[in-house]
Design a protein around this ligand. Structure first.
Ligand code: SAM
Length: 307
């Protein structure tokens, strides 16, 4: 990619802090910094042809959004050692860097699930970015799974959050109904996605759900719908969490999203908490704790914990 195409495609400077640099060197195997930058820009440039998300143009995808939410990330790492069969979903994973980071820090890869709109869209770029081979099973863009080959083996499942056959809204479970999540039986991927490999079963409860830079793409009603849907997937075991981060506002307001050019809503930490407590959980709100706050001027991080 020549310099002028780079400048047009990427309005922000390419930077990596020392932790990020070490991580990308290690996982791409490219030690030369100029070659590494070239490689990442090539991958990001191709991904922009799929959809021009600002987080790709600004290299935000390299930043490990998952560690922004310190409380959530700490609990994620605790859960993988205290709950034997804890399953972790990253919804709206894009390249899947956050899963890669969690696996690097100790979450068992085989218990992680990355999900995004289309399997053929961003996820293959993770494999290109980290130069890993993958195995594809299934027969169409909406139903195949991608399993990167060992040693980095996790599952990718494609689907649109708004598609009710992909995720349907269920009231929070009062008790555990599946044995794979109760510390006694090993997780079974085929059981989780029975009978259709690209549809969550009604009782697909997960111990950890993370989603970053997804809610802020949508308007208020759509955000409420997403919240209800992901709440339906959470395990009823105390300590299970949903967490993430996205751009917020001190005063809630409508904006035009930079990536989609569509109407979007910026919650404040207070309005975000109120939405979950009063509109997502309503009469069940005593079963959950919702916390939210700003990480910096723009990014709001949050965590919902099952009590
Ligand atoms: C702005 S990117 C954020 C990616 C990543 N989580 C991060 O923090 O860098 C938003 C991601 O959400 C996915 N996404 C947007 N709408 C979605 C939907 N309706 N269903 C599933 N994924 C969606 C996009 O394809 C994209 O990968």
């Amino acid at each position: 990619m020549d310099l002028s195409s780079r400048k047009t495609l990427f309005p922000e400077n390419f930077t990596l802090n020392s932790d990020e640099l070490a991580f990308y060197k290690k996982h791409t195997g490219i030690q030369d910094e100029e070659k590494l930058k070239e490689h990442i820009m090539d991958v990001a440039g191709s991904a922009l042809e799929v959809y021009p998300y600002y987080c790709i143009r600004s290299f935000g995808f390299l930043r490990f959004r998952i560690i922004r939410s310190k409380a959530g990330y700490k609990k994620l790492l605790e859960l993988c050692s205290t709950r034997q069969n804890a399953l972790f979903l990253d919804l709206g994973c894009c390249f899947g860097n956050d899963i890669r980071k969690a696996v690097e820090d100790g979450f068992p890869a085989e218990k992680t699930i990355a999900s995004d709109l289309y399997a053929g869209a961003f996820f293959p770029f993770l494999c290109v970015l980290f130069i890993i081979s993958m195995q594809i099973s299934g027969n169409s863009d909406t139903s195949y799974s991608i399993l990167p080959r060992p040693p980095f083996r996790f599952t990718f499942i494609s689907g649109d959050i708004f598609d009710s056959s992909f995720i349907s809204i269920q009231p929070p479970l009062k008790t555990l109904t599946l044995s794979y999540d109760d510390n006694t039986e090993p997780i079974s991927y085929s059981r989780l996605f029975k009978p259709n490999p690209s549809r969550w079963t009604s009782s697909s409860h997960l111990s950890v759900i993370h989603t970053s830079a997804v809610f802020h793409l949508y308007d208020r009603d759509a955000q409420l719908l997403i919240a209800k849907k992901i709440a339906s997937l959470l395990s009823p075991l105390p300590g299970s969490i949903i967490f993430g981060s996205h751009t917020g506002s001190k005063v809630p307001r409508e904006v035009i999203n930079q990536s989609t050019q569509m109407k979007a809503y910026r919650h404040s930490p207070e309005s975000w908490k109120k939405m979950w407590e009063e509109e997502v959980f309503d009469k069940d709100k005593d079963m959950f704790q919702v916390e939210a706050g700003f990480e910096d001027e723009i990014w709001m991080s949050w965590i919902v914990t099952r009590l």
